[in-house]
Design a protein around this ligand. Structure first.
Ligand code: PMP
Length: 291
């Protein structure tokens, strides 16, 4: 596998970061996970907008332009001969001195990995997926805002471990107010009485690119979508639930904490949006990333 690292395509074994990189020492950096469909970077603009917004939040200056990063991703796709796949675009704080001060790191490192990804077992796309609600609470926007896609994912990792311990593949997280926020690597939607709900930005979520695309598709289909908070009880009483994400795409949730949700099968709203999504990925239409 070829990796794009700081301007050059190198073999994977030669793609190395410094042990004093603050990404290694403190999880200091930002990243994006991006799909490749039919050799093309899916929603490139939205992902780059989010990357630059995340970096700005951390006062991290990305040493490349959007055009240069796009070129890097395309070079990496080509070098690895990928038609469909997944890109990881990472900007680290860079090598520096010990101690938290990020401004002691003069040069951020930037790299691109382009490979395949399978987040959830393919059968779950037919049957729907069981999840749990984690005891680990999602960090609040005034701690480390979850809208920042930083390299510090331990809050999510702890919830993921809970899900694996419970024998399922994904965990949902509540916030300090007790409302549902998102999964460890995906956004959540529910359907109740014909209306689609997804938690608002201030619930403390990553503003997913797939979430944006899903809301756009729902509105094009004349389905009502509301960004509103809901509780675990409201989730359990929903007619349908699904998760969205770059790696997850759109996947139904049919069981929560061992209790069936809705009919226990993939519901009609979810199915309609999955179909619309699969058509949409073959188009070049861009949905803006809005903060
Ligand atoms: N929430 C979290 C915590 C995530 O890590 C991700 C995946 N990057 C998402 C939501 C979904 O975002 P996107 O649709 O941009 O992949």
């Amino acid at each position: 596998m070829k990796i794009w690292l700081d301007g050059t395509l190198v073999d994977e074994e030669n793609a190395k970061l410094s042990v004093t990189d603050h990404a290694t020492l403190y999880g200091d950096g930002v990243f994006e996970g991006i799909r490749i469909y039919d050799r093309k970077i899916f929603q490139c603009q939205a992902h780059l907008d989010r990357l630059f917004a995340s970096a700005e939040f951390l006062r991290l200056k990305i040493p490349y332009t959007r055009a240069e990063l796009t070129q890097a991703m395309n070079d990496c796709i080509k070098a690895n001969g990928l038609t469909d796949g997944y890109i990881r675009l990472v900007v680290t704080r860079g090598a520096g001195k010990l101690g938290l001060n990020p401004f002691n790191c003069p040069k951020p490192a930037v790299f691109v990995v382009a490979d395949q990804i399978e987040l959830f077992s393919p059968e779950f796309y037919q049957t729907g997926m069981p999840v749990i609600i984690a005891k680990t609470v999602r960090i609040s926007p005034n701690m480390l805002n979850p809208k920042v896609k930083s390299l510090n994912y331990l809050n999510n990792t702890l919830a993921k471990i809970e899900s694996l311990d419970a024998g399922v593949s994904e965990a949902l997280m509540t916030n300090v107010d007790g409302n549902i926020t998102e999964g460890t690597g995906d956004n959540i939607f529910i359907v109740k009485n014909g209306v689609i709900f997804t938690p608002p930005a201030d619930a403390g979520i990553l503003l997913g690119v797939t979430r944006g695309v899903t809301m756009h598709l729902a509105r094009k289909l004349n389905l009502e979508v509301r960004e509103e908070n809901f509780t675990p009880q409201e989730l359990l009483a929903a007619d349908e639930c699904f998760l969205t994400g770059t790696a997850a795409e759109i996947i139904a949730v049919t069981k929560v904490n061992d209790q069936p949700l809705g009919t226990g099968q993939v519901g009609p709203f979810t199915k309609q949006l999955q179909d619309a999504f699969h058509k949409f990925i073959r188009t070049d239409e861009q949905v803006p990333y809005t903060v």
